[in-house]
Design a protein around this ligand. Structure first.
Ligand code: HPA
Length: 269
């Protein structure tokens, strides 16, 4: 399946659609779309091959527009592997970002912290990931391009720019390694102890399949996690999706500042 039908639908609302940066918004982070000017909105239902999410806190819309003069394509919502056990569910959306002209994609997510210093409401810039699930969105691909190099998968120059912007804006920005558990159940305390030993700093149920797809497509990647909770067993609070959504609101202020200022610096680069 390719995305030619998607591009036809997109052109019905905006002729010659283009975007430079793609942004994917994680659970509870959808209000970021308030920052977009001249919005053109498509529901995923309109876009052939775009998967519809079943998760509360995700809206399933593609929004084209500008932020600080940069043309963006924002996916307000994503599908997770745990929804349909479809590991390449995000392939068409990512191909579409590329077809629109994006060379960079910024992924955001809500996540649990494995680092006692990174607290709920704070933001972590991802430096790498650990895919412990043993599955890849590139299963079934053919040819040598599927053997994607994952060194510097989280682009060092984009990371530097985020760190610079965080300093400028006086936003506390941690750095860390994302450990992917596929969910939908939260992790056991024993799994979290294991993830810490293996080098994880932040844990979540998304992002890794999209990072792999983006690198396969030749897109540069940056990713930010909003900490919504300390990971399972690290404090004595029970975990729930409701808590994730509620606590995501604490981090969204910093996330917005980081993204909006990043785009401003990005356009000047
Ligand atoms: N684990 C996995 N995914 C999550 C978490 C967590 O603790 N918090 C938010 N998303």
């Amino acid at each position: 399946m390719n995305n030619s039908k998607v591009l036809e639908v997109i052109e019905t609302k905006r002729s010659k659609p283009v975007a430079k940066v793609g942004i994917i918004l994680g659970s509870g982070l959808g209000s970021f779309i308030e920052e977009i000017q001249d919005k053109v909105i498509y529901s995923f239902e309109e876009l052939p091959g775009f998967p519809i999410t079943t998760v509360e806190g995700h809206k399933s819309q593609l929004i084209l527009g500008q932020i600080n003069g940069v043309e963006v394509a924002v996916l307000q919502g994503r599908v997770h592997y745990y929804e349909d056990a479809n590991i390449d569910a995000m392939k068409i959306p990512l191909q579409t970002l590329k077809s629109l002209g994006c060379s960079t994609v910024i992924l955001t997510n809500s996540a649990g912290s494995l680092n006692p210093d990174a607290k709920p409401g704070e933001v972590i810039l991802l430096t790498d990931h650990i895919n412990y699930m043993g599955i890849s969105p590139l299963f079934k691909e053919k040819g040598n391009a599927r053997f994607v190099n994952m060194i510097d998968g989280y682009d060092p120059s984009l990371r530097d720019l985020f760190l610079k912007v965080a300093k400028q804006q006086k936003v506390l920005l941690h750095e860390g390694i994302y450990f992917w558990f596929c969910g939908p159940n939260f992790e056991t305390p024993a799994e979290i102890r294991g993830a810490r030993i293996l080098g994880g700093d932040v844990v979540g149920m998304s992002t890794v399949p999209e990072v792999i797809l983006a690198r396969y497509l030749g897109l540069k990647v940056a990713a930010l996690s909003v900490v919504t909770n300390m990971a399972s067993g690290m404090d004595n609070q029970p975990l729930s999706h409701e808590r994730t959504i509620e606590n995501a609101q604490k981090g969204i202020v910093d996330l917005k500042k980081l993204l909006v200022t990043f785009l401003k610096s990005f356009s000047n680069n």
